[in-house]
Ligand binder design. Structure first.
Ligand code: OXD
Ligand code: MN
Length: 588
C-alpha cells in the first residue's frame, strides 16, 4: 500500500463518492491478476480463448453503442475557454465536476473499486510520470496491466510526491447521452463516465499520455506527441531513431513494426519497434531531442492485421492478449477479423455477440475499430533497449496522413519552422477509430487534433520554441503519404515493408548524403534516389507520386487559410509567414 497523504485523501474521496462494496488495490502480482481473470470469465465480461493456440488470451465485447473514441463527448475543462482553444470542446471545470460527480455518485454500489497505480514510461526514468486510476471494470484493470507499468513498485517510486494524475472511470449504465470524457489539466485530473471502450477508459493512454501530458509538456518544456518511434539499423550497424505522427488508423502500428524488404534484410538492415502510438520527447543533456514510449503494450486495430501486412503485430497477439470486438470462432475457441485470412469461421459469433456464419454472412464479423491489447515484449522486433530510462535520440520527425491526391510520397521541410507549418496543415481522411463519418478529409495538425490538451495555437508556439532551443541539433522534419491512388482508386505505392525505402531516403537526407529537388512545398526526392528495385511500381508511377501539383496546392492553401481562421490572432506569426511564403513560391 502507500502512506502518500495525497493518494490516501483522494482515494477516500472517491470511495465516499462512488460507494463501492469493496476496494482492491492492484499490486501487479500474477496471483491477483489470475483471480480477476477468473472473475471476469465467470461473469461473462471476458471469454477465455484456446489455451494451446492463444495462451493467456481473452475476448471482450463492449456495448454496441460504445465502440470508439467519442470526440464530441470529450472535454477540456479549463478555467477559461481560451485555454482549451478553438479545436477542443470546453466546459467550465466547476460545472463539470458537479455534473460528473452527480453521474458517478454511488455508481459503484454492488461493485468493486479497483485502484490501479501505474507509470507512464519506465519506472525511474526522468521522462516518466505516474497516475492512479480507479475503475469498476476488470477489463480496464487487465488492459492497463498490459498497456502500462502497474503495481506496488509504482507507489514506491511515487513516495510522498503529490505529482500524479488522478483518474476516475465509472461505467455507470453505458448511457451514450451521459457519456463524458473530461480532462482537468490544472488539477491533473481525468474523469470518464458511461463508457467501457479502451480509448475512453484506459486513462493512461489518450487522456493522460496525450491530453494531460501535452499540457504538462508545454508547462515544463517537453513534448507529448501522437507518434510512433522506430529504430533503423543500417548495414554499418548504426541505429537511428525516427518519430512519426499519423492520424488514428493510418498504419502507425504497421510502420512501427515494419519488416524490411528482402534485399534490405540481406544488406543487414534491421528495424526495431520502440512504440506505435505515443512519444514523449525532451531535450537531453547533449542538446538533442530524446524520446520514450510511455506505454508498455499495443492497443492496435485488428482488421487488416495479417501475416503479410504486419507479421510482427500478429505475432504480438499470440499470447497474453485481450481482443475487443473481434469475431469469435466457436470451432476452435479462437478469434477472427476481416483481413486476418480467408478462413472466417462457419460457427462464429460477431462483435455484437450474435451467431454469425462468416462463410456466408454479408455482415462484418469484427467491428472496423476492433482491437488487440498486446504486451510490447511479445513483439519480435521490439527494441532491445525498450525499457531504457534514458530514451532514444530522434534523427527525423515524420508527419503523414491518408490523402488520395495532393501530397507527394515524401518531402522534406526547408527548416524546423517550415516543418512545424507542414505539421500544422496536416489533413487526412477520417477512419473508424473515432465515431463519426469515415473518409472525410479533415485537418488534423500533427495528428493531435483530438488529443491536444490545451489551445492549439499555444501548442504550435511550443513547437516553434522547442525548435529554437534545439537549434542545429533539431531533428529534420518530413511528410509522407503512402495513400496516393490512381485513376481506378488503387494505391500506387506498395506500402508496408517497402516504406523502408522511403525511410532510407529520409535518413540519407538527415546525414546530408543525398541531393533533392527544391519544390515550392519542400525538398522532394529525385526519382532515382528512391530504390524501387524488385517492385512492380514503374519509374513513371513513382514520378507521378513525387509530383507537386500546383493547382491542388493552391486549393490546399485556400483550405489551410479557412482552417487557420479558427485560431484568429493567436496563431503564431511564424506559421502565417510560412503560409505566405508557400503561396509566393507557388505563384512564381
Ligand atoms: C488509437 C487512436 O487508439 O488513435 O491509438 O484512436
Ligand atoms: Mn493513436
Amino acid at each position: 500500500m502507500t502512506d502518500n497523504r495525497s493518494v490516501l485523501k483522494w482515494l477516500q474521496e472517491m470511495k465516499d463518492l462512488l460507494n463501492p462494496d469493496e476496494v482492491i488495490l492492484i499490486d501487479g502480482s500474477q496471483g491477483q491478476l489470475e483471480k480477476l481473470r477468473e472473475k471476469a470469465c465467470n461473469s461473462g465480461e471476458m471469454i477465455k480463448l484456446n489455451e494451446e493456440k492463444l495462451p493467456g488470451c481473452y475476448l471482450h465485447r463492449t456495448a454496441i453503442n460504445d465502440v470508439a473514441r467519442v470526440e464530441d463527448r470529450t472535454f477540456i475543462c479549463t478555467p477559461t475557454k481560451d485555454e482549451a482553444g478553438p479545436t477542443n470542446n470546453w466546459r467550465d471545470p466547476e460545472e463539470m465536476y458537479k455534473i460528473l460527480y452527480g453521474i458517478a455518485k454511488n455508481s459503484y454500489v454492488g461493485r468493486t473499486m479497483y485502484v490501479i497505480p501505474y507509470s507512464m514510461g519506465p519506472i525511474g526514468s526522468l521522462h516518466s510520470k505516474i497516475g492512479i486510476e480507479v475503475t469498476d471494470s476488470i477489463y480496464v484493470v487487465l488492459n492497463m496491466v498490459i498497456m502500462t507499468r502497474v503495481g506496488q513498485k509504482v507507489l514506491d517510486a511515487l513516495g510522498q510526491s503529490e505529482e500524479w494524475v488522478r483518474g476516475l472511470h465509472a461505467r455507470c449504465n453505458i448511457d451514450e447521452s451521459q457519456r463524458y470524457i473530461c480532462h482537468f489539466p490544472q488539477d491533473n485530473t481525468i474523469i470518464s463516465v458511461n463508457s467501457g471502450y479502451g480509448g475512453n477508459v484506459l486513462l493512461g493512454k489518450k487522456c493522460f499520455a496525450l491530453r494531460i501530458a501535452s499540457y504538462l509538456g508545454q508547462k515544463e518544456g517537453w513534448m507529448a506527441e501522437h507518434m510512433l518511434i522506430l529504430g533503423i539499423e543500417n548495414k554499418d550497424g548504426d541505429v537511428k531513431y525516427i518519430a512519426a505522427a499519423f492520424p488514428s488508423a493510418c498504419g502507425k502500428t504497421n510502420l512501427a513494426m515494419l519488416i524490411p524488404p528482402k534485399e534490405y534484410k540481406e544488406k543487414g538492415y534491421k528495424v526495431y519497434c520502440v512504440g506505435d502510438d505515443i512519444a514523449w520527447m525532451r531535450i537531453g543533456e547533449d542538446g538533442r531531442l530524446w524520446a520514450i514510449n510511455p506505454e508498455n503494450g499495443f492497443f492496435g486495430v485488428a482488421p487488416g492485421t495479417n501475416a503479410k501486412s504486419n507479421p510482427n503485430a500478429l505475432e504480438s497477439t499470440k499470447s497474453e492478449t485481450i481482443f475487443t470486438n473481434v469475431a469469435y470462432n466457436l470451432d476452435d475457441n479462437t478469434v477472427w477479423w476481416e483481413g486476418l485470412n480467408s478462413n472466417p469461421p462457419k460457427q462464429g459469433v460477431n462483435w455484437k455477440g450474435e451467431a454469425w456464419d462468416g462463410t456466408s454472412s454479408k455482415e462484418k464479423g469484427a467491428h472496423p475499430n476492433s482491437r488487440f491489447t498486446a504486451p510490447a515484449k511479445n513483439c519480435p522486433c521490439i527494441s532491445p533497449d525498450f525499457d531504457s530510462t534514458k530514451g532514444f535520440p530522434i534523427s527525423a520527425i515524420i508527419f503523414g496522413g491518408r490523402r488520395a491526391k495532393t501530397t507527394p510520397l515524401v518531402y522534406q521541410s526547408f527548416n524546423w519552422n517550415n516543418g512545424v507549418f507542414i505539421g500544422s496543415i496536416m489533413a487526412s481522411e477520417t477512419t473508424a477509430a473515432s465515431s463519426g463519418k469515415v473518409g472525410v478529409v479533415r485537418h488534423d495538425p500533427m495528428a493531435m487534433l483530438p488529443f491536444c490538451g490545451y489551445n492549439m495555437s499555444d501548442y504550435f508556439k511550443h513547437w516553434i520554441d522547442i525548435g529554437k532551443k534545439l537549434g542545429e541539433k533539431a531533428p529534420k522534419i518530413f511528410n509522407v503519404n503512402w495513400f496516393r491512388v490512381d485513376e481506378n482508386g488503387e494505391f500506387i505505392w506498395p506500402g508496408f515493408g517497402d516504406n523502408l525505402r522511403v525511410l532510407d531516403w529520409i535518413l540519407k537526407r538527415c546525414d546530408e548524403k543525398i541531393d533533392a529537388s527544391v519544390t515550392p512545398i519542400g525538398y522532394v526526392p529525385n526519382p532515382e534516389d528512391i530504390n524501387i528495385d524488385n517492385l512492380s511500381i514503374t519509374k513513371e508511377s513513382l514520378g507521378k507520386i513525387l509530383k507537386v501539383d500546383k493547382d491542388l496546392w493552391q486549393d490546399e492553401i485556400k483550405k489551410t487559410k479557412e482552417f487557420y481562421e479558427k485560431f484568429g490572432e493567436s496563431l503564431p506569426k511564424e506559421l502565417i509567414q510560412e503560409l505566405n511564403d508557400l503561396e509566393d513560391r507557388l505563384n512564381k
